[in-house]
Design a protein. Structure first.
Length: 265
């Protein structure tokens, strides 16, 4: 099978460190980018992806942000789906009852109440800066601007995240995509979107799915890997991801995506 499109997750997959791609990866993407489209597909906000596009020399390609809730081609917005505003308010009230803080994202805007170890890590790893203000103020501002969140990040402890996760599922599963990023983080996105749905919107031809080789490591990559022509998991991927993948390559820290490209593309 000849593959004409490469779709890759970033964190834990294409990135060999927490914030960057390796020179080896840049070399391999450079080698194939004139014969294959290379599309980055991430839960990140746009600004946290475009510097990596620039590093890889693929600024001419679209990006899929926020697990599929936002598709951009340069400054052009191709698709946008936000969380219902009333749902956002309800999530905030529930999170507050569990003493869980929220990171709220819309386009290139990122809002948090205060700094924390998690926030500082995201600043460092994504090369972006948040706006610090009370979440109630952000929600009021968004109501006045008639906008809502492309993504909500819930930041708690393992105990609080464990406790709220089942409540989120029971109350909001019909309204939201709910992903457990790690022991302390839960990501929420609009129910209608996923990385796979965004790829379908972008390509506008389901027949092209079989021409895609896709790479991922986490729960939010499963649909993409399962329904594209060749789904490749990195060795450090969750067991559930490796179970549905067609192939498993090396760890992200060992340049697994780049090694696969070198050997097979």
């Amino acid at each position: 099978m000849k593959y004409s499109i490469l779709c890759s997750d970033l964190d834990g997959t294409l990135l060999s460190t927490k914030s960057d791609v390796s020179d080896f990866t840049i070399h391999q993407i450079t080698r194939i980018k004139n014969k294959m489209r290379v599309i980055l597909v991430s839960a990140r906000m746009p600004q946290a992806m475009t510097y990596l596009q620039e590093r890889l020399g693929i600024l001419n390609q679209p990006i899929i942000c926020y697990n599929g809730a936002l598709i951009l081609n340069g400054n052009q917005q191709l698709f946008s789906e936000v969380i219902d505003f009333n749902t956002l308010q309800q999530v905030y009230e529930l999170a507050a009852s569990f003493d869980i803080k929220l990171g709220l994202y819309h386009g290139n805007e990122w809002y948090v109440e205060t700094t924390s170890e998690r926030v500082e890590k995201e600043i460092k790893y994504t090369r972006t800066l948040p706006i610090y203000q009370p979440t109630t103020q952000t929600i009021l501002d968004w109501q006045n601007r008639n906008i809502s969140a492309h993504k909500i990040m819930m930041m708690g402890t393992k105990t609080s995240a464990d406790a709220i996760f089942s409540v989120l599922k029971s109350r909001f599963n019909h309204l939201l995509q709910i992903y457990r990023s790690n022991d302390t983080l839960i990501e929420l996105a609009p129910k209608k979107v996923s990385k796979l749905s965004a790829i379908k919107i972008l390509l506008n031809d389901d027949g092209l799915l079989q021409e895609i080789v896709s790479f991922g490591d986490n729960f939010n990559d499963i649909d993409m890997l399962a329904h594209t022509g060749l789904g490749v998991a990195v060795e450090n991927a969750r067991a559930e991801v490796k179970a549905i993948a067609n192939v498993v390559t090396l760890k992200n820290t060992e340049n697994g995506v780049a090694h696969f490209i070198k050997q097979h593309l």
